[in-house]
Design a protein around this ligand. Structure first.
Ligand code: FES
Length: 115
């Protein structure tokens, strides 16, 4: 990670808010596409990825177009990723935990993994 990316990461997290508390919590390590990243335990996976500069969370089903945060409340499917081998996890509402393996998924993901 170069210096310009570090600056972006520090600017994207909300540190001070008049109503909400974003104290962060325990820092945890997880992997994205095999690269080790850090985030805060319990924050949405997509938020940790966003803070690390990752904007593309998956690729659309038919045209393979890049997709990222859209509703951020679990109502659409734009943030679905493969997490610890399970496809179609809505990462905008899935809490980050130590050691998670997160990958982008293409299309509908591997549906056989749920059976
Ligand atoms: S961004 Fe819509 S479900 Fe996650």
């Amino acid at each position: 990670m170069d210096v310009s990316e570090v600056i972006i990461v520090s600017e994207i997290r909300i540190g001070d808010h008049p109503i909400l508390d974003f104290s962060g919590g325990k820092e945890v390590t997880f992997t994205f596409e095999g690269e080790e990243l850090t985030g805060y335990e319990g924050e949405p996976i997509a938020a940790a990825l966003h803070a690390a500069g990752v904007r593309i969370l998956r690729y659309s089903n038919e045209l393979g177009r890049p997709r990222g945060f859209f509703c951020a409340i679990g109502n659409c499917s734009e943030c679905m990723m493969r997490v610890d081998g399970e496809s179609n996890v809505r990462t905008c509402i899935e809490p980050l935990r130590e050691g998670m393996h997160v990958e982008r998924q293409e299309g509908k993901g591997d549906l056989s993994a749920r059976m």
